[in-house]
Design a protein around this ligand. Structure first.
Ligand code: NAD
Ligand code: WQD
Length: 336
């Protein structure tokens, strides 16, 4: 039996595939390479000694997905595939709704046809919207402030409704906080297209000289130093949470949303200072106006993951930054 990993050549998917292969789990990756390259497969093979099965296909293409299920014995799906850039989602919302929502519905339909009713979904802390006070708890009301966030929220609603309609479905929606870091080998890591939106890829591209300086979006928040506070989580810890979630699918019934974070908050300037300390490289920055849509502080209550998945984050901020820096300094232009 194999696990189907949609989006498995992307950032979080490739790290999860490494951890799955390390535990001798058979995987089948489906990715349309919209935001990734097959070079990540070469690197995964270098790390694990195993070349994962890869099928270039779009999850929206039901015939292609039916072929995947007919040719492979799939026990469960880890569903990473999706578009993820918040800013872009406001420019091309229909592409986001089509890809992330219609694509997931198509995937679920093909799964149902094949009687595969186990899925772990990549959700996001974005579903907590802007009105809840951290620490964010799974029982808090959800909302969305941009089309990307809406797609995550809509898919969560679809998954809850599906599980309610048919008790054979077992679904875990993992709400990731801010994934950063890279595999300790420095062979795989985050490889964003164009100018990064997220803090860590931006800081690391400044550090290697690809970008001149960081804009710190606001220093007048009610936080430790006025800059935004987030719950950064090492991508390998996040990958390991997926292994635990897949195991839990056989125990948990229905649809369960679970935070995946550390429970700790770190400010933008704390990140910049830690990055300088670990890399030994200066990170020029300037304070700029607040970014629209940002809130001061976001961090998780991470207890449910421990209770239901027996998972907690193990890698600290030093490891997150050191591993980010190893990846970026060894691969200044990503996989190119
Ligand atoms: P990523 O872009 O590196 O990986 C996503 C992968 O999905 C890419 O390889 C892309 O080519 C593929 N893909 C996109 N649309 C597809 C389609 N229609 N069919 C097949 N493949 C498709 O992003 P990531 O950071 O690894 O994120 C993985 C998942 O986690 C996404 O669903 C994202 O929304 C979610 N998530 C990410 C973050 C984050 O900050 N990175 C936070 C919360 C949630
Ligand atoms: C972190 C902090 C910024 C860039 C986003 C998505 C969310 C989720 C994770 C997918 C904030 C500050 C950033 C920069 C800065 N993705 N910052 N200068 O906004 O918490 O979450 O990624 O689900 O949906 O919205 O992450 O990395 O963009 O920002 O000062 O150039 O860094 O203001 O305080 P965010 P981020």
């Amino acid at each position: 039996m194999s696990l189907l990993i949609t989006g498995g050549t992307g950032y979080i998917g490739s790290h999860t595939v490494v951890e799955l292969l390390n535990t001798n789990q058979d995987v089948v990756i489906v990715d349309n390479l919209a935001n990734s390259s097959t070079k990540s497969l070469d690197r995964v093979e270098k790390i694990t000694g195993i070349r994962p099965v890869f099928i270039e296909a779009d999850i929206c293409d039901k015939d292609a997905m039916r072929k995947v299920f007919s040719e492979h014995d799939i026990s469960a799906v880890i569903h990473f595939a999706g578009l993820k850039a918040v800013g872009e989602s406001t420019q091309i919302p229909l592409s986001y709704y089509h890809n992330n929502v219609s694509g997931t519905v198509a995937l679920l339909e093909v799964m149902g046809e094949n009687n595969v009713k186990n899925i772990v979904f990549s959700s996001s802390a974005t579903v907590y919207g802007e009105n809840n006070i951290s620490p964010l708890v799974e029982t808090m009301p959800t909302s969305a402030t941009n089309p990307y966030g809406q797609t995550k929220l809509m898919v969560e609603h679809i998954l809850f409704d599906l599980a309610k309609s048919d008790p054979e479905w077992s679904i875990i929606s993992l709400r990731y906080f801010n994934p950063i870091g890279a595999h300790k080998s420095g062979l795989i890591g985050e490889n964003p297209n164009g100018i990064p939106n997220n803090l860590l890829p931006f800081v690391s591209q400044v550090a290697v000289g690809r970008l001149p300086e960081l804009n710190v979006w606001g220093d007048d928040y009610d936080t430790v130093d006025g800059t935004g506070v987030r719950d950064y989580i090492h991508v390998v810890d996040l990958a390991l949470a997926h292994l635990k979630a897949v195991n839990a699918l056989s125990i948990l019934s229905g649809c369960t949303a679970i935070n995946i974070g550390t429970g700790n908050g770190t400010s933008v300037l704390e990140i910049v200072n830690k990055f300088k300390e670990i890399s030994g490289v200066d990170i020029p920055y300037k304070i700029s106006p607040r970014r629209p849509g940002d809130i001061a502080t976001v961090f998780a209550k991470a207890d449910l993951a421990e209770e239901l998945l027996d998972w907690q984050a193990e890698r600290d901020l030093n490891a997150m930054i050191a591993d980010t820096w190893r990846w970026q300094s060894q691969n200044p232009n990503g996989f190119e």
